[in-house]
Design a protein around this ligand. Structure first.
Ligand code: TPP
Length: 587
């Protein structure tokens, strides 16, 4: 028995099933799955540039006869949707399992999506574990099922399943032999002449899956009272057990396709049937479409965010003991760029020149929050570069503020590159700032093509970002140290004035502070502080102001000695402590 998170259990299940290849792009809450898989013996695991590439590599490895795992967060499934839909035509050779990890409540996502809809729309069967044991068992079995039904299998998890640790009974790894690959164009070449017959194969498979799911042991009806019956899946099942101990429950382990007959007999066994689900109405719509009448809740069940036993009780009209409100004097702690973050000065300087800043997804999205408040937009990965092109197109011929895109190195590799090619091709304008902090910081410092780190520390090749952008034909390309205020200011000024109307790219290159965790002697505020408050506008968590006097202070434990703030002090009131004092334990 081992204590495992759902993510670790999925990795273990894949390993036990003889899966030998893992291909993914990181994204919360899925990331640790591939990181855990990569630690097992006898496997190859890599980060791809994005989820579409990962699934295509996965289909290739499956066609070649290996068992394969791909993992991604819910929005990653949008990126991978193109190959996913057609993989449900080609089918597989070696079993192929894809994790779609949803984030109801948007703890670390730009939207809330229910991946069930992808299973339904692409006709890809989906399993929905409710804890780590099921995550392991379902994943392990999904490989057999994938080969039996000749289709990839989706595992859906949510933050609660992915990140909660529960006890798990583990097993041994099977000795899976690579299946022979044979050329078979009607199966693998999806042009209309072959795709049309393959669609018929898919329709027959849907019928087979519907027959299988009726008796599939992953779906369980737990009969208690005859009054109330609840249909649910995943983490919500655990909340339903807590909230409604006397209700009969139909726990779905397979959420596409649904077991029509089994659900109908469950519905007939109780007076009133409810579907309890979070973040969407997928299950309710599906269950209603089977002709089952659902009862209304006495109070509303929230349509957004995560559910909890309390919210479910409320929806059923059961009084909950009052929650303790958060006391008023607890200070808010909005997220901030770390002390010493190399992204900070770029945003400070972009605010100064009042640029329109199209943002992207990564740590640097925090440049949207006060006091930096620099970013104007954030939609999806890669959108900064394409949206800045859109802004420039619409504003062409008008007097307008400089348009500047900011994008991280990993995000640039994910999809910013293809956006930039569009701008170059169409002779677009604007400035693109690539914030190259040498890592994929937001999701936990993974490797990417521009830092040369790989998931299993294999030898790699580090792509030259400046050389790459120049090779696309961008004439104005510069690399700048983002900790140097004057250099940042001057590069942005040149790009947005002298080069206005043309396309320019600035690569701001300096490692993320969390990469090597090297501290330099810290800075402190001396007696010359005039309370001007400029240093505080950097939004560094190490800097605070006295509420009455406005005198600044630097927390010596948080300061890592980057010296960004000292460059903004007009009164030389910010100094670095000397090394010897630090060695003597002055902190
Ligand atoms: C389609 C998609 N895939 C994955 C993610 C998860 N994710 C958020 S930010 C990010 C990468 C950030 O790295 P980088 O661009 O280098 O910026 P940094 O955080 O290092 O500043 C990832 C993978 C996502 N939001 N959307």
């Amino acid at each position: 028995m081992q204590l495992m998170s759902g993510n670790e259990a999925i990795a273990r299940g894949a390993w036990e099933a003889g899966c030998s290849i893992g291909v993914a792009y990181p994204g919360t809450p899925s990331t640790e799955t591939m990181e855990s898989f990569a630690t097992y013996d006898g496997v190859y695991a890599e980060w791809c540039t994005n989820e579409k590439v990962a699934v295509e590599v996965g289909i290739g490895a499956s066609a070649a006869g290996a068992r394969v795992l791909s993992t991604m967060k819910h929005v990653g499934v949008n990126v991978a949707a193109d190959p996913l839909f057609t993989a449900a035509y080609t089918g597989v050779n070696g079993g192929y399992v894809i994790l779609a990890a949803d984030d109801p409540g948007m703890y670390s996502s730009q939207n809330e999506q229910d991946s069930h809809y992808y299973a339904c729309a692409s006709h890809t069967p989906m399993l929905d574990p409710a804890d780590a044991q099921e995550a392991l068992d379902f994943t392990r079995d999904a490989y057999e099922l994938s080969e039996r039904f000749d289709v990839p299998f989706l595992i859906r998890s949510t933050v609660r399943v992915s990140h909660t640790k529960t006890p798990v009974e583990v097993g041994e790894r099977i000795d899976y032999q690579l299946k022979p690959y044979e050329k078979n164009a009607p199966k693998w070449v999806m042009m209309p002449a072959y795709a049309k017959p393959r669609r018929k194969v898919q329709l027959k498979r849907i019928d087979d899956l519907k027959a299988w799911v009726e008796t599939c042991p992953y779906n369980r009806a737990v009969q208690k009272g005859a009054e109330i019956g609840v249909i649910c899946c995943g983490a919500v099942y655990q909340h339903v057990l807590d909230a409604l101990p006397d209700a009969s429950v139909f726990k779905l382990g397979v959420t596409w396709p649904l077991p029509e007959q089994a659900l109908k007999s469950f519905a007939a066994s109780v007076k009133r049937v409810f579907v309890v689900e979070e973040g969407s109405e997928y299950l309710s719509e599906q269950v209603r479409s089977l002709g089952i009448d659902l009862s209304p809740f006495s109070d509303t069940l929230p349509k957004d965010g995560e559910l909890s036993p309390g919210l479910i009780k409320k929806a059923f009209g059961i009084a909950e003991p009052a929650h303790h409100d958060v006391p008023d004097d607890v200070p808010g702690r909005p997220p901030a760029l770390c002390a010493g973050c190399p992204h900070r000065l770029v945003f400070k300087e972009l605010s100064r020149i009042k640029a329109i800043v199209t943002g992207d997804i990564g740590c640097y999205t925090l440049g949207a929050l006060p006091p930096l408040a620099s970013i104007d937009t954030c939609v999806d990965m890669g959108a900064s570069v394409s949206m800045s092109h859109g802004f420039e197109l619409a504003l062409a011929g008008t007097e307008h503020k400089p348009v500047v895109a900011v994008i991280g190195d990993s995000t640039f590799g994910h999809s910013g590159l293809s956006s930039l090619i569009t701008t170059v091709y169409n002779k677009g304008a604007g400035t693109v700032c690539i914030l190259d902090n040498r890592t994929t910081a937001m999701t936990g410092r993974q490797g990417n093509p521009f830092n040369g780190m790989t998931l299993q520390n294999r030898e790699s090749r580090e792509l030259d970002l400046v050389g790459l952008v120049k090779a696309l034909g961008v004439e104005h390309v510069e690399q700048v140290n983002p900790h140097d205020m004057k250099a940042v200011r001057s590069a942005l000024k040149t790009a947005t004035t002298e080069q206005a109307g043309e396309l320019s790219v600035i690569v701001f290159k300096a490692p993320c502070v969390l990469l090597h965790r090297q501290r330099k002697p810290h800075f402190f505020v001396n007696a010359d502080c005039r309370s001007c408050g400029v240093c505080a506008t950097l939004g560094c968590p190490a800097i605070s102001k006295d509420a009455e006097t406005g005198i600044a202070a630097i927390d010596p434990l948080m300061c890592i000695g980057c010296g960004q703030c000292a460059q903004y002090c007009a009164f030389d009131a910010i100094e670095q402590i000397n090394d010897s004092a630090m060695e003597g334990g002055a902190r």
